[in-house]
Write a protein that binds this ligand. Structure first.
Ligand code: A5A
Ligand code: ZN
Length: 480
């Protein structure tokens, strides 16, 4: 717990992030396989709250949870041409069972279309089987060629939530895309993480998709992180896997599909967006411990202080708060403050001798470090209000910060200048042609995130490259 090793979040974001994962005991990335990390107890508790939230959002909208095998046969992995072409150099293969070479290799799923869809073919017979909305949470494996980073770009993605839906018509699949977008908005709003939604350019959509939407988050260093994606797959996979249903009229038609995914990368975004130089800061709803009580010892009546701590803890626990008393005797109160600040616990209550006699506690909130006294009798109500205020404040602060980093520009020069100093996202008019898109990417030395949804219908003057009529605003950013 050496204070000196703390990294400054904004100046050295990468270092800060790694340090936080270790110091706050979230994830240990020293596992001897590149791209694999170990969720530690505190991190696992955060992960569990995040997956619970995801389950709630999917269950509440008629998705059923399932679990498919991690292994996919080579034959199935190769069925959709674009899919395998783009994933080919990221697949881990299983070639042997014991000492014997397998006749048909197995792949560790890089995502689960090719694991699930052969089974959907067996499960879907008629229109009455549709729509079908499934999701699972588990590991996928990608031998990422880009720089791996703990939580953000890993090779075993352990917290891959993927949903897969099947529909009778294209219109229904489009309605599903809207629902998925709503679910993800709800998810990121609950995390207090602001985002922009972009329709990815043709050359950067999910392999095998008809089109892809992406939720991008701006990180403290000004680079963006793709933190969730929603894909309309059209009939590309249903044709490749021969998934047909019988219509009311007795015809056979291919189904329409969508899929959407979020991973632990979203937890990386959550930690990065709210953290500060004192550690991580957790949204109260996603904090394993929402309130920590620190007894401020006194020589005279140590027992009454502990009794009051226990009384307060019991009361708040019965009100549904996740609460802990730090009774460690070998640490000073100051060291305990530091310890829990680092772990992002939203609220600390201090109880000392004066507080006991006044039947009050001192409340300190993690985001602003504001201090105030509160009567014990008023605590449950006060805590609820404080949690709400803090959630709103974190969400607002993050949103304002992001908004100040999205720049509408007219020229490439402006865009290039901003991106060079990692100013966030630039938006500029684009005709929609791939040729102009690639020129933009090259000139600003950044990636096109895609077009701002809805901006296509409005006119925005001329394309920043060819000056033809712009068909929308395109976003560019230096992306993770
Ligand atoms: N089948 C669809 C849902 C799919 O696989 N989409 S995806 O490839 O875009 O992945 C979904 C999300 O997982 C991405 O938006 C990204 O946030 C996350 N993700 C992808 N690769 C990752 C990696 N190597 N490490 C951590 N998260 C990753
Ligand atoms: Zn153009």
């Amino acid at each position: 717990m050496a204070k000196a090793t703390r990294e400054k979040r904004d100046k050295q974001f990468g270092k800060w992030f790694r340090q936080m994962l270790i110091d706050a005991e979230i994830l240990d990335y020293r596992y001897p396989i590149k791209g694999c990390g170990v969720w530690m107890p505190y991190g696992y508790k955060i992960r569990r709250l995040v997956t619970q939230l995801l389950r709630q959002l999917h269950d509440g909208t008629g998705h059923d949870e399932v679990q498919f095998p991690v292994m996919v046969t080579e034959t199935n992995l190769r069925k959709e041409a674009e899919h395998i072409r783009d994933f080919e150099n990221e697949v881990f293969w299983i070639t042997h069972g014991g000492l014997k070479a397998l006749e048909i290799k197995f792949a560790l799923r890089p995502t689960s279309e090719t694991a699930m869809y052969p089974m959907l073919r067996l499960w879907i017979r008629s229109h009455s089987d549709l729509p079908k909305k499934l999701y699972q949470i588990g590991s996928v494996f990608r031998c990422e060629t880009k720089t791996t980073r703990p939580i953000i770009r890993v090779r075993e993605v352990t917290t891959f939530k993927e949903a897969h839906t099947c529909h009778a018509t294209f219109e229904e699949s489009e309605a599903q895309i809207l629902e998925a977008t709503q679910i993800y908005k709800g998810f990121f709003d609950a995390c207090g993480v602001p985002y922009v939604i972009s329709r990815r350019p043709e050359w950067d959509k999910f392999p095998g998709a008809f089109y892809s939407l992406s939720f991008d988050v701006i990180m403290p260093d000004g680079r963006t992180l793709q933190s969730g994606t929603v894909h309309n797959l059209g009939q590309n996979f249903s044709r490749a896997f021969d998934i047909q249903y019988e219509t009311l009229g007795g015809d056979h038609e291919y189904i329409w599909q969508t899929c959407y995914g979020i991973s632990e990368r979203a937890i990386g975004a959550l930690i990065s967006v709210h953290g500060d130089d004192n550690g991580i800061v957790l949204m109260p709803d996603l904090a394993p411990i929402q309130i920590v009580i620190i007894p401020i010892p006194s020589k005279e009546n140590p027992q009454t202080i502990l009794d009051t701590c226990r009384e307060v803890a019991d009361e708040l626990r019965s009100e549904g708060f996740r609460i802990s008393i730090d009774r460690r005797e070998d640490l000073t109160p100051g060291a305990k403050f530091y310890y829990w600040e680092l772990r992002g616990v939203p609220v600390r209550l201090e109880i000392g001798p004066k507080d006991v006699s006044r039947r009050q506690v001192i409340i300190v909130r993690r985001d602003t470090f504001q201090k105030e006294a509160c009567k014990i009798a008023d605590l449950p109500k006060g805590m609820r209000r404080l949690m709400n205020d803090m959630s709103d404040a974190l969400r607002d602060k993050a949103r304002k910060w992001m908004e100040s980093r999205v720049h509408r520009v007219a020229t490439l020069d402006e865009a290039a200048k901003l991106l060079k100093c990692r100013a966030g996202i630039v938006e500029l008019p684009w005709c929609g042609d791939a040729k102009c898109g690639h020129i933009i990417e090259e000139r600003v030395n950044a990636k096109l995130l895609g077009t701002q949804a809805g901006s296509e219908e409005r006119t925005h003057g001329g394309c920043a490259i060819c000056e033809k009529k712009a068909r929308g605003l395109v976003r560019a950013a230096v992306a993770y």
